[in-house]
Design a protein around this ligand. Sequence first.
Ligand SMILES: Cc1cc2nc3c(=O)[nH]c(=O)nc-3n(C[C@H](O)[C@H](O)[C@H](O)COP(=O)(O)O)c2cc1C
Ligand code: SF4
Length: 557
Amino acid sequence: MSKNISALSFRKGIEQNYFEQMVAAAEASGTAETPETVQRLADEYLVGDAITLGAVSAYDFLKTENAGKKVHLCNGSACLVARTQHGLHDTFARHFADDEIGHICCLGRCHEGGAFQYQGRNYSGQSADTIANLCQGGPADDSDTYRTGSLLPEPILTAPFPGIDAYYAPFRQLIAGGDRDALFEELKLSKLRGRGGAGFPLSFKWQSCREAAATPKYIVCNADEGDPGAYIDKYLMEHRPHSVLYGMMVAGWFAGAETGVLYIRHEYPDSVRIVREAIEALHGAGLLGDNILGSGFSFRLKVVKGAGAYICGEETALLASLEGARPEVRVRPPFPTVEGLFRKPTIVNNVETFANIPHIVAHGGAAYAAIGTPDSTGPKLVSLDSNFATPGCYEVAMGTPLATVVNELGGGFRLPVKAIQIGGPLGGIVPVSHIDSLTVDFESFKKAGFLLGHAGVVAIPADFPMIEYIEHLFQFTADESCGKCFPCRLGSVRGQELTAKARTDAGYRIDPALMRDLLHTMQSTSLCALGGGVPLPIQNALQYFKDELQPYFAADL
Ligand SMILES: Cc1cc2nc3c(=O)[nH]c(=O)nc-3n(C[C@H](O)[C@H](O)[C@H](O)COP(=O)(O)O)c2cc1C
Ligand code: SF4
């Protein structure tokens, strides 16, 4: 059935894609989940109304329950541990009815430890004046400023942008007479690995799509950065958008694709605007369109705005979303490089991954691989939340001591901290005692039983109850599960119930065997790394914060 939906969606192509029609309907009337809208969309796209309803009901910002909401407060992990959510809610409760206040996860203002969205714009939650002004219909400052910097002698991802002409000079040379085999050799030499979490080798992925026979092919940029604590992709899109677009254009030239799509999350309205402006500028410079600069290479870029579903960061769910299907994870193989968007060969890479490509094209793979460690090459951006003294988004070479990031870039913690969670809700919980033994690279984290992931960092204060943090992780998974497989769909809810009960009912203790069994089942039988990944930080917490958690359990942990 889902192959039929892909084929029906392909008829209208990416320009009139089904998902965008759903989003447009919700923007016009507050929800796409009404019988009239569902029927109209289903008729237009020849997709059944049950399929359409299944799709729209999966997104926070298409659902009926969102229709009356006037303001959305960030409830991500960084805002949770900053303990600002209740205060913010109380402030808004003075201006809005309770059912007009919704939640959103996460706005990528983790450096502020409190944020909200109002009439499609994001604001800091720190200023009571901002809120009062807005509620009285006045103007308010929505700027998002944070520290940035690089420890590299010559910054790559944070390097100043020299203007389109200079920046795209190597790209112009590439499409004028470049050799794809030679580029493949450089990509292999660079040993660049994906930055979206899994660290998959880029050259292998690109070559697989290049070799796929079917056409057309697509390049998709995964800009759904949903990990609370991460604002790395947001930084790149809002401050270095051309690095990302350049990377996608090279991918298109290499693999033989003529269309690139950036799937940018709803929660980042500025990223959507700035990337669209950058695409316009490229058109103006003649670097997008048909037969670019007479090279024979044609390429177009399109931005699609998400609608509030964390699972759309998982690449197959993202592709299903773009097709207007319910964003459920698809079984692999076939991999997207063979059967991706509309079941056509597709390269899906993370924003930060694409942003590394201009440097490789300009300076070669060996120069790139000289940065970092032998197996984790190149630079990495890390983002630090508001519990650091100097939060921000910083560039380091892979292999940099984590202590350097925490103490030098982050300036240490601004309050006593017991652990950091790095890599989002599926990343490890690292006790502060382990910070000195880790370096920022895939291997160091994996060897120590953690996960680098996308490298957004949330510092958990010493007085923040670990049982509450575990409950938050289960709750997040329950809220965001695509529901396709039982271990995740049911296990996350059961986990949330167990921890909530132990936390609030003095007479109840969790059976540790039951918890271990639950975590093992989720880890070993979930289809994707949402249900399969969340047990890792919970196991870290149970291991390193045993004494604190023991009172909530009925037997020895
Ligand atoms: C639950 C889940 C959420 C994910 N979220 C993101 C995301 O927000 N951004 C991202 O680039 N990759 C995310 N990924 C990883 C993607 O599935 C995919 O591996 C990635 O986009 C590939 O790009 P890369 O090779 O450049 O890392 C997620 C994976 C899972 C299982
Ligand atoms: S693990 Fe969760 S999110 Fe992943 S496929 Fe299963 S239900 Fe969907």
